[in-house]
Each structure stands twice: as structure tokens, then as C-alpha cells.
Design a protein around this ligand. Sequence first.
Ligand code: URP
Ligand code: ZN
Ligand code: ZN
Length: 466
Amino acid sequence: MSTTLITGGTVVTASGTLDADVLVEGEKIAMVLARRPGLEVTMTADRLIDATGKYVLPGGIDVHTHMEMPFGGTSSADTFETGTRAAAWGGTTTIVDFAVQAKGTSLLATLDKWHAKADGNCAIDYGFHMIVSDVNDTTLKEMDACIEAGVNSFKMFMAYPGVFYATDGEILLAMQQAARSGATVMMHAENGIAIDQLVAQALAAGRTDPVEHGLTRPPELEGEATSRAITLAQVANCPLYIVHLSARHALEAVAQARDTGQNVFAETCPQYLFLSIDDLARPDFEGAKFVASPPLRPKDHQDSLWRGLRTNDLSVVSTDHCPFCFKDQKELGRGDFSKIPNGMPGVEHRMDLLHAGVAAGRLPLTRWVEVASTTPARMFGLYPRKGVIAAGSDADIVIYDPQARQTLSAATHHMNVDYSAYEGLEITGRVVTTLSRGRVVIDDGTYQGSTGHGTFLARGLNQYLL
Ligand code: URP
Ligand code: ZN
Ligand code: ZN
């Protein structure tokens, strides 16, 4: 079994920092040995990695990605191969992607389809959630079979009528089924019925620019849907996880539910922490690069989201990575903002952007690791295999230079998309080395991974439930 010794670094976990060396044996962490003055321990290994002056982190876990997802008349631009490679460049060693049930099809056939897309193609480990877009007796029964197959989180939509939208009754039925089986329902909480009316009004008035995407999806309609989802989950006694929370209004509803002890959790994404509706309003159709749902909000929502991350009303930061090229894909919506494919790239930059938050004093160092790795692992049944630097855990390890400077740009990123939402942004911090199950994937600016190294992760229960 090959061994790797990471020396001289500061191990950062959700619970603290430790000057320690880490010994990896095969795919697992064998030992974390604290360095103490006067205590000399000599270890040998096949490979030595000097992490002096660097952080040694558990690999990032991005629980919200959409690789090669059919959506908006096209397909997201990263395949499992290109998207997982880009993730590794940015220090993410696990993704949980969404299998998408098309109306009229079965959940299990959908799962097979997503396995076929991912198997043998991923650079890092991966799991699946299931998007339920067709609630019927068969689907409800199949939810249990999905759980057996390691997929125990189901995303539903209060938005996109005619596509993914589920009625309150359908949501309640799926929540009751999930509650019986110990699964978590993930909710896209926007009032899609009301939004569609606002969209129709904007188009009828000749308002067609990308900024209208934001103006027709006001934060109140995210807040209302979030409250409604929470109420339905309460009635069904079902754990609820609000995805891609963007608005202060929704955060208030989540905080209130959590204060009562309800099993309600939420994630936000870097785009809502760093970008705003001003980006959607960029001229010459540039705003299309920033079209995602929920939309980017006025800047003053950002402070609330950073605060929510510190108070744990927001437990996770994922990316909702759903890239569409500007050319030919975003351009489908020239002259009609409602035809711009919804989604933004980001899987490569989540760890870096959150570290920028640490450097700016918005997030404690240990909280960075918690929201980007440890809590996602616990929330989605991967802990302690993933999400921690500890003996026995998978050797998914990131060596991170907190002093390095970098400028984010489409010219240098590795995602298969022709623009960066953060073009020209200068940040402090950079991944030096990424290990996935003991194997070096990124080594100081070179890719050393291989397609197919990543394996499917059958996930267990949400560990935050009583
Ligand atoms: O605009 C977005 N968020 N696209 C991806 C699909 C979703 O709703 O998560
Ligand atoms: Zn969504
Ligand atoms: Zn999404």
C-alpha cells in the first residue's frame, strides 16, 4: 500500500486548528500526529509533501451541482469529466449532483441514466440527489428504492410551472413519504405561479433585458415559498433543506423555524454572497451571464447571508454549478430574458471565494471548513468517511496556501464554460495540492488525476436529525 506524509502544515477542521503531520496509507488517513516542541517522531513514506506555511483541510464537498443537465432547451456545459476535474482544481473532492426525473419517467430509470453519465468519468467521488418532477403512486414507492440505492435526498420545485413544478398537494405527499423513510426533501422555494404572471407582464410591456429576470422574481416570492415549504414540512414532519437561498426574507423564515426546533436547514451559494442584481443589469446582454434562479439580489441582502452563515441559520455553502456558455447558450435569450438558460458556473471557486470571506473577516477559519466540507458531509450522510481529517477517514485532503494571490478568469479556469462570473476578481488564497482518496489529483499547478478515479458514494442518513 503506498504511503504519503504531509508535513509542516496546520490542520484545519470544523472544530479547531492543529500543527500536525498527516500520514496517508492507501486511500485512507492513517494518522494525524500533533507536532510538539521537544517531541521528535520520525516517519517515512513513499511520498513526502511539505505543507509548511499552508493549511491542511478536508476536501471540499459541493452538494449542489448540475453536470450535463438538460435544462432550458440546452444542456449544462460541464460533463461529469470536465466538471469534476475543475472541482478538484478548486479543492473540492466530492460532489453531489442531481439526477433529474423527466415527467412520465421513473425515478429508478432516471438514476440508471445518471449513473451511466457519471460512471467511469469522474476525477473525484460523487453521489446523487433525485429531482422529483412527477409525483404519482409509482414515484412515491420508488423513493424507497432510491434510498436503498444510496440516494436519500429528493429535490422538489415550487418554481418552473410546466417543467419541474409540483403543487402543494404533491409536495405534501412526497414529504410524507420522505418522512416515513428518513429522507430529506430539498426545496427550490420560489413562487413560480406568481413569477410567471410577472414575467408575462414584463414581456408584454417590452421589458426583455436580463435584469428583468431579477425584477420578476422578487425576494418576497422566495420568502413566501420558503415559509410555505416550512409549513408543509411541519405538517408532514419531514426534514427540509432549502437549496440556493438568496434572500433575507427566506433566511428569516428559516431562522424562525430553526428557533422552534424544526428540522429545517438551508444552504446559500457564493454568487449570492459576492454578486448582486447590479451584475444582472450589466449592459449589452452581459447580464445574461448572471441569470440563475433564485436571481442575484440587491447588495444589501449579502450582509444578512454572511450573518446567517455565522449563526448557522445557513449551514452549508454549495455552488449550484450549472454552467451555460455565453455564446450560443445564454444567447438563446437575446430579446426575451425568459429564454436565457438559468444557471451559473462556480464549482471551481467555492473554496477560494469562501476563503476570501475568511480573509475579509466575514467568516471564522474553522467555519469555512464547516460550511464547505464537514456539515455537507453530515447533512448528506457521508460523515466521517468524508468531511474531516481524522484516522480512518478517506484521504480527501487539500493543501491550501492562504497567502497566495490569484485573479479569477475564464482564461485560467478549468470549467468548460466561456466566461467567469468573477472575471478579474483578485483574491487571497489558492489550492496547492488536492488528494482524492490518497491519490494526488492537483499538484502545484498541474493536473495529475485520472478520469474514472472518482467512485459513486451511496449515502446514509442526515446526521442532524434527532
Ligand atoms: O438557475 C439555476 N439555479 N439553475 C439550476 C437549476 C436549479 O434550480 O437549481
Ligand atoms: Zn433550484
Ligand atoms: Zn441547482
